[in-house]
Design a protein around this ligand. Structure first.
Ligand code: FAD
Ligand code: FES
Ligand code: FES
Length: 1338
């Protein structure tokens, strides 16, 4: 067993030989730090985001075939790569050599914004194309299922990838039985004349063709190695861990005997996350390499035998083939397993994870184990003692020692028997998101009737997600044997199952009542499905289902997406080289797709660099009794631990109103508060040491976590904020009806793909320091660092090249962390880097404020709302941060698109013991707007009108006045609404939805349209000032700098467009290096939709200054080049450098009088969404969304459509699936993509149409453009209200006509529980207060 400890593999065709490999090393840090291939990104470290996707290729010397598959580098131990070829984004193509068509098309189709997810996207599609050069749309969406993008909304990525499909011209949608090419309600939206309808914002003709012969070949050396070299067990010994890779079954067994406790690592997708996130440690790992017996595929008389080492992706392929070949009656189990394999994790995980690893892991939410258990599968085990078989049954699944693997035993293969005639197997699952999400509950069910007769001979039911492991409802099944398959049996079965599969109210994972309901809803689905089959098999004996019940059987899947965008034509008289108004690609687009774009942590490690890791509080409110640093300090490589003591005198900083402490070692106010920071010479050591800091706490009272608790304790930041208009009390006296209601809205995690990152570099003289940081606000970083180091700001320079997504989350907390990092760097005179892991980031940095909105509306019977009294409470968390500002903005925008003649708005920011919440795209408006729209929906229900009718009736019309007495011209609001009604065929589709609902009992559709009035401005003139610096060099090239941060929105691209127009030179002549406090001082924060607006005016100003200076020179030589003019100017001593300045929009707000002019202009829009829900599971499908926006003159329609779509999808996530979970002790559970679900590709509406109104003039803004970063988020609530509409239809059919209260996010749990039926009535309910729930709504 003592083979050569030499690891050989290839990366991008280059051979890598590692002699002293550390088995704890994963491929991701190895690529990034050791090989400096930084294109592969870290997004989560747990296989959940796809940012780290690479392609692995392996050659099988027996079959002589090469297998290419995508894999998550973050979970791939490098020791598992012996003989493999790794391809990273750098190996696919580069600007220096050749750009690959995938890279070109994703960039040119505008599929990148911040670009951080892009290399992963490229790798997923590249790998797909290596296997299928002309993929189907299903293969495409499947390939992207494991990749998250927080910016784009996926539509442009899908569009780019579709260009590789054979059938890219058609949507391939069978929605309503029609596709895009058919006529009918789904036909292309009608666009008005004068506006260009462009189905694409790119031109396919210019794309490089895909030529599979040009791809990197599998390294011949590795092929020879696999063919020729005698295979021997390899052993790699590290400091703490030994890795053994046996290559024969015999050696594997020997290793297992020697190390019975060592896990057998196959895909490492179960062991890896346990080590990384749960602190598991294995001194020895056994990882079989290419052992043939583990990959066996055997077709025997009684079934299929599959090797334990086959990947889940391979199993899926094998089963697909078998299902094709064999009669249906034999493949019931295979079909059910295959179906689950379609939604289990993403493509990468399915390709890494093994069947054996999946089975033996026995996760409580395993999708396959319940099916394999009901399918009577057996496990073929092997040990030194010989072979044996055990059933994969409940005892095995509960790890009962008599039914489990023995130490020294391994799983070789699995027998999956054929099903028999009159035997039926089904798979069910419901998760928070359609794809790449662990099931909340899943199930496998099998029934066998013997030779017809409809009498149950065998019945097996197993569930996942409802206990510590897979649970079998054995007793229930036993008792049902012998009964006929009819309604009485169904009723009895549900009662028996509920009794047997019981869940306590406090069960981990929460959602207890939902889970109880799913348990029997799934059985009901199974009952219907089997009844339907029985009917087709013997229609005489089995009457079957009523037609309207059949809808329960189909799964909801959104797959073959298609979309259109309509944007404005540029004036035909505009010069061809003038880029304003044209769909120019993001200037970093190609660099994003090639992985060449550099983010903070991509900067090479500097000499003597240290790493900083934070230690955070584990209590919500406690006194720190003691902190013991000794063990942490004693670890090798640990240099220092920064505490409050070190920061004496500089431990707090005030950004807005209240100062915030940097570190807290006396009293902590939330879980996740920064207590101290470990500085070590490596990331691994810093993190290890941080875990060894021992803190003793004394809990303190009160612990306030929820808004309700804060109200009870009167725990608010400052007093109320108030706005009043008209006379509310008088109006309430004259209205026909008054309603009171409330809605609770959960928070949202920013989930920028690049986690908080910073690098502080002391310059070694004059106390100078450079801080490289992923921040939206370099000036603040400069200020807080300077204050912490007690040096003037002119010594600290902050640089931001680009940010991998921010959405408001890279302002306040970033500053605090940067200050501590800089302090450590200054103290030790060495560079210090701090990169948060995803879980830390989510825990520490807070997010969007959860809201409670209470309203009282007075209205007439015709739907006119005459009086509105609204109260807003936001959960601000432990420190003030921007909470009051969020409340103020929420109040100023609460009217959304409506003229309420009498109103009173009041708002409070609650101080609680949660991590401080902060800015997030939309800044209070997404919450505030939802509260108002919910009120309108309730008013409509009371009046018996459609919400759309009430919306229209109460909307601002033409010239009007806002509650703060600012004038508003709402002509374009009406226009957007009308166009949206028309393009979405609202009326026709409303009828179609009603028809569908009358014909389907268990599925319902919903349609909703919401208007948008988004006021743009930052409430103060000073906060809207901006500056730029433009240099012209003597060769005629231009360098532009401005104060805005490039965080994906494309501001740098727009600034170059501005410079290009103003200086009348091609864009290629203008360059932009990044943002720095060195070039533009005192720049405002980048946020609030105004970054391009404000900085663009400054760039324009600088360019005009230069042009004015140069005009005499240009007019002397009008045919000259910029080089000639620059030289001439230089010769005449004319400065070729100019600053540009914009002093800010006039803006003011007087809260005393409730009057002001806080905003510069309004963005108008409307969105219409259609959904379908499954009343039995709570699943929903986004069928179609139409968005119409008034954006003035678009500077760059491609970027603007991208902002609208990206924000819409982010909003859709906010209102439907993104759910933060806190324990009753205030601990955030949802700390990664495995627990917190942002929209994935499968959530994008099957049809998404975006169009702009024709351009309108707005003299004060940059070329009459409008800021678009935030408004689209709110439009996501059209999906919320469409679901609301569908739920209401379900309830009406069930005779539930009373008020409907649905909170946000409208998750599958809430949808299912609102669609009350006999199953929700059947479940046991726990007395509130009789148990401590697993989680609490905050
Ligand atoms: C991001 C992500 C998403 C996921 N989503 C889903 C999902 O939606 N649904 C779902 O069901 N699962 C999901 N999973 C879980 C996944 O299915 C399992 O982690 C995976 O199947 C385990 O296989 P592996 O080969 O990676 O196991 P490893 O991590 O390599 O091994 C796991 C365990 O199995 C043992 N083992 C492996 N092979 C053998 C053998 N031959 N004999 C004896 N013991 C053996 C090992 O000793 C070890 O204890 C997800 C996992 C991740 C990381
Ligand atoms: S970093 Fe590997 S999947 Fe997220
Ligand atoms: S572009 Fe996808 S995460 Fe930013």
């Amino acid at each position: 067993m003592d083979g050569a400890a030499e690891l050989v593999f290839c990366v991008n065709g280059r051979k890598v030989i590692e002699k002293n490999v550390d088995p704890e090393t994963m491929l991701l840090p190895y690529l990034r730090k050791k090989l400096q291939l930084t294109g592969t990104k870290y997004g989560c470290g747990g296989g959940g985001c796809g940012a780290c996707t690479v392609m692995i290729s392996r050659y099988n010397p027996i079959t002589k075939r090469i297998r290419h598959y995508p894999a998550n580098a973050c979970l791939l131990p490098i020791c598992s790569l012996h003989g493999a070829a790794v391809t990273t984004v750098e190996g696919v193509g580069s600007t220096k050599a050749r750009i690959h068509p995938v890279q070109e098309r994703i960039a040119k189709c505008h599929g990148t914004q911040c670009g951080f997810c892009t290399p992963g996207m490229v790798m997923s599609i590249y790998t797909l194309l290596r296997n299928h050069p002309e993929p189907t749309l299903d293969q495409l969406t499947d390939a992207l299922g494991g990749n998250l993008c927080r910016c784009t909304g996926y539509r442009p990525i899908i569009d780019a990838c579709k260009t590789f499909c054979k059938t890219s011209g058609c949507c391939q949608s069978k929605e309503n039985g029609v596709c895009c090419l058919d006529q009918g309600i789904n036909e292309l939206p009608e666009f008005e004349e004068g506006n260009k309808t462009s189905p694409k914002l790119f031109s396919e003709e210019e794309f490089l063709p895909l030529d599979p012969t040009q791809e990197l070949i599998f390294p011949p050396e590795l092929m020879i190695m696999a063919e020729k070299q005698p295979q021997r067990t390899r052993v790699f010994v590290g400091d703490r861990m030994t890795w053994i890779s046996p290559v024969t079954l015999k050696e594997l067994l020997e290793a297992k005997v020697k190390y019975p406790q060592a896990p057998i690592v196959m895909g490492n997708t179960s062991v890896g996350p346990e080590v990384k996130f749960k602190g598991a440690f294995h001194p020895v790992i056994i990882s079989p390499d290419c052992i043939e017996e583990l990959s066996v595929v055997n077709h025997a008389d009684d079934g299929l035998t599959l090797g334990a080492g086959l990947s889940l992706a391979q199993v899926k392929e094998i089963l697909a083939e078998v299902i094709q070949k064999l009669p249906e009656e034999k493949t019931q189990t295979y079909h059910a397993v295959w179906k689950h394999l379609g939604t289990l994790a993403g493509c990468q995980i399915r390709n890494m994870a093994s069947l054996g690893g999946h089975i033996v892991s026995r996760h409580l939410d395993s999708d396959l184990n319940p099916l394999l258990a009901v399918g009577n599968c057996t496990l073929n085990l092997l040990s030194k003692e010989g072979e044996r078989q055990i059933p994969l049954n409940e005892q095995f699944l509960t790890k009962c020692p008599s039914a489990d693997l023995k130490p020294g035993e391994i799983l070789v293969s699995v027998n999956i028997p054929y099903s028999r005639k009159w035997e039926f197997v089904s798979a069910f699952r419901q998760a928070q998101r359609q794809q790449n999400a662990l099931a909340i509950v899943n199930s496998g069910m099998r029934v066998f009737f013997g030779e017809g007769g409809g009498i149950i001979r065998e019945l097996s039911i197993a569930y996942g997600g409802v206990g510590p492991t897979t649970i079998c409802a054995k007793n229930s099944c036993q008792q049902l044997i012998g009964r006929p398959w009819n309604e009485e049996m169904l009723d009895a079965a549900c009662r028996l199952i509920l009794d047997e599969v019981s869940l306590p109210g406090w069960a981990p994972g929460g959602k207890v009542e939902f889970k109880r309901t799913l348990v029997i809803s799934f059985f009901f689905k199974f009952y219907l499905k089997v009844s339907q089959i029985l009917k087709t098999m013997d229609p005489v004996r089995y009457p079957g289902l009523a037609d309207k019940y059949e809808s329960a059987l189909e799964d909801l899947h959104s797959r073959n997406h298609w979309g259109t965008s309509k944007y404005q034509d540029v004036d035909p008289k505009q010069l061809p080289q003038d880029p304003i108004g044209r769909p120019i690609m993001h200037l970093s687009g190609i660099k994003h797709t090639t992985g060449e774009a550099i983010y903070c942590d991509d900067m090479p490690v500097l000499d003597g660099e240290l790493f900083l890791a934070f230690v955070t509080s584990s209590r919500a409110h406690a006194e720190i009794v003691s902190i013991d640093l000794s063990e942490a300090l004693s670890l090798p490589g640990v240099v220092d631990i920064v505490t409050e003591e070190d920061l004496r005198g500089v431990n707090s900083f005030c950004l807005l109103i209240e100062p915030e402490k940097l570190l807290e070692t006396q009293e902590v106010f939330c879980v996740g508060q920064l207590v101290c920071a470990v500085v070590a010479d490596s990331e691994v050591q810093a993190k290890r040491a941080a875990k060894r800091v021992k803190i003793v706490y004394q809990d303190l009272e009160p612990v306030i976590l929820t808004i309700e608790e804060a109200i009870r304790h009167h725990s608010f930041f400052q007093g109320e904020r108030k706005l009043e208009y008209g006379n509310v009390d008088e109006a309430f006296k004259v209205v026909d009806q008054v309603l009171e209601g409330e809605i609770h809205m959960g928070g949202q995690e920013h989930f920028y793909m690049e986690t908080q990152s910073m690098l502080a570099v002391p310059k070694g003289e004059d106390q100078e320091m450079d801080v490289y940081v992923s921040s939206q606000f370099p000036k603040y970083i400069q200020d807080i660092v300077a204050a912490t180091l007690k040096v003037p700001a002119n010594k600290i320079m902050c640089h931001v090249k680009r940010v991998g997504g921010a959405f408001g989350g890279k302002v306040t907390k970033t500053g605090i962390m940067a200050a501590i990092t800089a302090f450590a760097a200054n103290k030790h005179g060495r560079p210090v880097r701090c990169i948060l892991e995803r879980g830390e980031d989510m825990l520490i940095t807070g997010g969007r404020h959860p809201y409670l909105g209470k309203y009282k509306a007075g209205f007439m019977n015709d739907g006119r709302i005459l009086a509105l009294d609204v109260e807003h409470y936001c959960n601000g968390g432990a420190t003030l941060d921007e909470s009051l500002f969020v409340i103020e903005i929420g109040l100023l925008k609460v009217d959304n698109a409506y003229k309420f003649p009498n109103l009173r708005f009041r708002g409070w920011a609650c101080r609680t013991n949660l991590p401080s919440n902060t800015a997030l795209r939309g800044f209070g408006f997404p919450q505030s707007g939802l509260i108002t729209e919910n009120c309108i929906t309730e008013v409509a229900a009371k009046c018996g009108l459609s919400p759309e009718k009430v919306r229209m009736m109460n909307m601002y019309k033409e010239i009007d006045q806002t509650p703060y007495k600012q004038e508003i011209d709402a002509t374009n609001l009406t226009q957007c609404w009308k166009e949206c009604m028309a393009t979405s065929s609202y009326s026709l589709r409303k009828v179609a939805v009603e028809k569908f609902n009358s014909e389907n009992y268990w599925k319902k559709k919903g349609l909703a349209m919401v208007p948008l009035k988004f006021p743009v401005g930052v409430l103060s003139t000073a906060a809207a000032q901006a500056a730029a610096l433009v240099h012209i060099y003597l060769d005629g090239s231009v360098l532009v700098t401005h104060g805005g941060i490039e965080m994906g929105q494309g501001v740098h691209t727009k600034m170059i467009q501005v410079a290009s127009r103003e200086l009348r030179m091609p864009m290629s002549n203008v360059h932009l290096r990044g943002t720095s406090t060195e070039t533009v001082p005192n720049a405002n924060v980048s946020g609030g939709s105004v970054v391009a607006d404000l900085n663009g005016l400054a760039v324009k100003d600088a360019c005009q200054t230069l042009l004015k200076r140069l005009e005499p020179i240009i007019s002397k030589n009008p045919k000259g080049t910029w080089k000639d003019w620059a030289q001439a100017a230089f010769d005449e001593s004319i400065s070729l450098s100019a600053t540009g300045y914009f002093r800010g929009y006039e803006s003011h707000m007087n809260w005393e009088t409730g009057e002001g002019h806080p905003f510069e202009y309004f963005v108008f829009g409307a969105a219409c969404s259609e959904v379908e829900i499954d009343c039995l599971t709570g699943a929903h499908k986004n069928i179609r969304t139409d968005i119409v926006m008034d954006i003035g003159h678009s500077i760059n329609p491609a970027l603007d459509v991208g902002q609208i779509e990206g924000a819409f999808i982010q909003g859709m996530g906010l209102y439907t699936i993104e759910e933060l979970k806190y324990s009753p002790q205030g601990v955030l559970y949802t700390r990664g993509p495995d627990q917190y679900k942002i929209p994935a590709v499968s959530d994008v509406p099957t049809e998404l149409h975006v169009s702009f109104l024709p351009p309108s003039q707005n003299s004060n803004t940059l070329y009459s453009s409008k800021g678009l970063g935030e408004p689209g988020v709110f439009l996501g609530c059209s999906v919320f209200f469409a679901i609301h509409d569908a739920v209401r239809a379900a309830r009406q059919e069930r005779g539930l006509l009373g008020p409907l209260k649905l909170d946000s996010p409208l998750t599958p749990e809430k949808i299912r529980m609102a669609c009350e039926d006999k199953f929700t009535k059947m479940i046991p309910r726990d007395e509130p207060g009789s148990y401590v729930p697993w989680n609490i709504p905050v």
